[in-house]
Write a protein that binds this ligand. Structure first.
Ligand code: NDP
Ligand code: X2W
Length: 343
């Protein structure tokens, strides 16, 4: 028997992906899979792909059921984690996939989420300088958002190396529909999304803007300014983030690629693609990987870095499991794959 593991929000998209990954994890055993409105339904009725859970039903969202777990993953709507987390013991490892504990700036949290700020936990982005050491041994981890994962990992090495300016970062990122969660599915009917590409929350209104700013400012060592525009793309999974920033004088493509290559050479999940190869969301489908490509545009004087992730993989459940592995002292890659499903 491995460590007793609970997933709250197991009927959702992120919770379902966690169940899928945990089914193949040799050290973590799912003993509780909780739902809310779908409690009592068979796991396979909600997630038909999860055949190894046949015969198991989704438990109700009663925090008392989490008491016996060594490891608790919370995959709940924003604002729902704090009350549950308050009932858990300090020795239990808790990884929150929601936004509740990600931001250090309480005012920013309250402005973008319109709820009281619950606190700040260790930010679970292992590849961001300094974070892996903080995650190791932590018992409360705030798992990053999907867009912030794709953007921060694309730009952080360039900011850390001082290759780009910090005052004019512009990001346009397209997400697949599962990013909006299962609950939003009624608003994302195939007939409305298929064949369409559309922005939303334009003008700095997206709730991930302060989280992207926080991560990039940490990398830069100074406060950065970011303009972020999200798009909804007609695909079930995946984020493609196009990130640009003003080049410092004399910086060329080779310098950008050298900084990214140096930062990620030993990273199992972040891959700087060979020159000329482009990130494809489909290549990260089902994996915990990040694919990155960069070029300097000498005419506009801007660095262009493009990254692809699976929003439910490195953008949610995969990164959550990576963080749990690190916190528990297990091999970081246990139960995770860098190899996506293609085509
Ligand atoms: N989807 C994504 O790509 C990503 C999601 N996340 C984050 O993960 C979390 C879950 O997202 P996602 O899976 O997409 O959302 P879903 O809407 O698909 O799932 C939400 C889950 O939470 C349960 N739930 C809803 N309300 C409550 C409540 N009051 N108490 C307990 N359980 C409740 C739902 O149960 P039921 O359905 O049974 O009512 C369901 O299991 C969110 O914080 C989200 O921001 C993070 C990164 C990426
Ligand atoms: C396509 C889509 O709607 N995506 C969601 C992603 C939010 C999300 O998943 O939230 P966290 O990553 O912060 O937990 C959105 O833009 O709000």
């Amino acid at each position: 028997m491995g460590m007793r593991t609970a997933v709250a929000g197991a009927s959702g998209y992120a919770g379902g992906e966690l169940l899928r990954l945990l089914a193949a994890h040799p050290e973590l055993d799912v003993v509780v899979a909780q739902a809310d409105s779908r409690a009592g339904e068979p796991v396979t009725a909600v997630h038909p792909n999860l055949v190894t859970y046949a015969g198991q039903t989704l438990a109700p969202s009663d925090p008392a059921l989490l008491e016996d777990a060594d490891v608790v993953f919370l995959a709940l709507p924003h604002g729902a984690s704090a009350a549950i987390a308050a009932t858990l013991r300090p020795d239990q490892l808790v990884v929150d996939l929601g936004a509740d504990f990600r931001l250090q700036d309480a005012a920013a949290w309250e402005r973008f989420y319109r709820l009281p700020h619950a606190g700040t936990w260790v930010y679970g982005m292992p590849e961001l300088a300094g974070q892996r050491d903080l995650i190791a041994g932590a018992r409360r981890i705030a798992n990053p958002g999907c867009y912030p994962t794709s953007v921060t990992l694309a730009l952080a090495p360039l900011l850390a190396a001082g290759l780009v300016e910090t005052d004019d970062i512009v990001v346009v990122a397209a997400s697949g529909t599962s990013g909006a969660g299962r609950k939003a599915a009624t608003n994302l009917l195939g007939s409305e999304v298929m064949g369409d590409l559309s922005p939303y929350k334009i003008g700095g209104a997206h709730q991930h803007t302060p989280e992207i700013t926080q991560g990039l400012s940490l990398a830069a060592g100074t406060r950065v300014s970011v303009g972020f525009t999200p798009l909804l793309a007609p695909m079930p999974r995946g984020i493609l983030a196009t990130c640009t920033a003003k080049l410092k004088p004399g910086v060329d493509t080779a310098a950008l690629r050298a900084a990214l290559g140096k930062a990620y050479t030993d990273e199992p999940f972040v891959h700087l693609l060979d020159e000329g190869q482009m990130p494809h969301t489909a290549a990260t489908f089902g994996a915990n990987s990040v694919h990155v490509q960069a070029a300097a545009d000498p005419d506009s004087g801007r660095a262009v870095v493009v990254s692809a992730i699976d929003n439910l993989g490195k953008g949610a459940a995969g990164q959550a499991l990576q963080n749990a592995n690190i916190a528990l002292g297990l091999p970081e890659t246990l139960g995770l794959s860098a190899i996506g499903v293609a085509p």
